[in-house]
Design a protein around this ligand. Structure first.
Ligand code: NAI
Length: 328
């Protein structure tokens, strides 16, 4: 048995937190040989609700759960942290301008980045789930100069999993036969779910489908707007599927991506694929020896170029806005 890994979850009393914590404590985040020590970070008014969740975690008697701490102090929450799941964020409310949203989230992710810089373990890995995830990750990373930027990631995995599911439904193949899907760009409606390099049972997905109208008018908007469709149907935003994607992301990061496959990661661009270096954008990536590596050399056709550029332009706009606000 390994020694316990410190896992911090922010927004622990929220709906994703509720779907996530039990899976972490049961061993699904890091595997069956790794005990976890949980730190729950919440805002003061939500501490009581977080305590309720902690009581339920106790009541599960998870053999791998070695401890739970609840706090509203980011410094305490991130002291010695190995895995940080930044879920809590300020949602957009009616009438809120983009600058207000970015500024409110800057007020959350700047101090959290500073606390990670000050106290995290040297192997810390950060996944930002709270939206706008890519730009929140950029803000946190820019306030953690001692932590390699590659350790700050934003969650594209829910979009990735949604794309796999839609492609499986279209082709009639089981999801386990789908590989090499990529979600490029921003975790927003501008994202580009790319099946041109994807495979269905080892054969090119775009050629197998052979239906450009479906690709452009059905698949891409269905994946990109799935979050809104879930809200419409459920009356609340995706929670269990978002928690599941966070588990998938970290599990692969730590244990490696499946042989012959890659996944989609919101990670810092090195300038590949004409995407400005330093942006945190959806990219095809493999986890090799515990680090994400961008899959290089994919051919980008004209259609894909336009889609990638449009989503990247949105990210550049968000980056410039937070720069103007003095948040990075
Ligand atoms: P929620 O509103 O149920 O929970 C958010 C929790 O964060 C609340 O308990 C709140 O008290 C807490 N919180 C707010 N500020 C905090 C701070 N400074 N420190 C610690 N905790 C804080 O929201 P839900 O449904 O759990 O979603 C969380 C975030 O995840 C949202 O921003 C949502 O947009 C995003 N999301 C991202 C997805 C992705 O694919 N990247 C998918 C689905 C949701």
């Amino acid at each position: 048995m390994n020694s316990p890994v410190n896992v911090t979850v922010t927004g622990a009393a929220g709906q994703i937190g509720y779907a996530l914590l039990f899976r972490i404590a049961s061993g699904q985040l890091l595997g069956p040989d790794t005990p976890v020590s949980l730190r729950l970070l919440e805002i003061t008014p939500a501490l009581k609700a977080a305590e309720g969740t902690a009581m339920e975690l106790d009541d599960c008697a998870f053999p791998l759960l070695s401890g739970i701490e609840i706090t509203d102090d980011a410094k305490k929450a991130f002291d010695g942290v190995n895995i940080a799941l930044l879920v809590g964020a300020r949602p957009r409310t009616a009438g809120m301008e983009r600058a207000d949203l970015l500024s409110a989230n800057g007020g959350i992710f700047k101090p959290q980045g500073e606390a990670i810089n000050a106290g995290a373990a040297s192997d810390v890995r950060v996944l930002v789930v709270g939206n706008p995830a890519n730009t929140n990750a950029l803000i946190a990373a820019s306030h953690a100069p001692d932590v390699p930027t590659e350790r700050f990631t934003a969650m594209m995995r829910l979009d990735h999993n949604r794309a796999i599911s839609q492609l499986a439904a279209k082709t009639g193949a089981p999801v386990s036969d789908i590989s090499k899907v990529t979600i490029w760009g921003n975790h927003s409606a501008s994202q580009f779910p790319d099946i041109l390099h994807a495979e269905v049972a080892g054969k090119n997905a775009a050629q197998t489908v052979n239906d450009q109208a479906w690709y452009e008018n059905d698949f891409i908007p269905t994946v990109a707007k799935r979050g809104a469709a879930i809200i419409e149907a459920r009356g609340a935003s995706s929670a269990a599927s978002a928690a599941n994607a966070a588990i998938d992301h970290v599990y692969d990061w730590v244990n490696g991506t499946a042989e012959g496959d890659w996944t989609s990661v919101g990670m810092v661009s090195d300038g590949s694929y004409g995407i400005p270096a330093g942006l945190i954008t959806g990219l095809p990536a493999r986890s090799v020896n515990g680090s994400w590596e961008i899959v290089q050399g994919l051919e980008i056709d004209e259609f894909s170029r336009g889609r990638i550029d449009a989503s990247v332009a949105e990210l550049v706009g968000e980056r410039d806005a937070v720069k103007e606000l003095g948040l990075i």
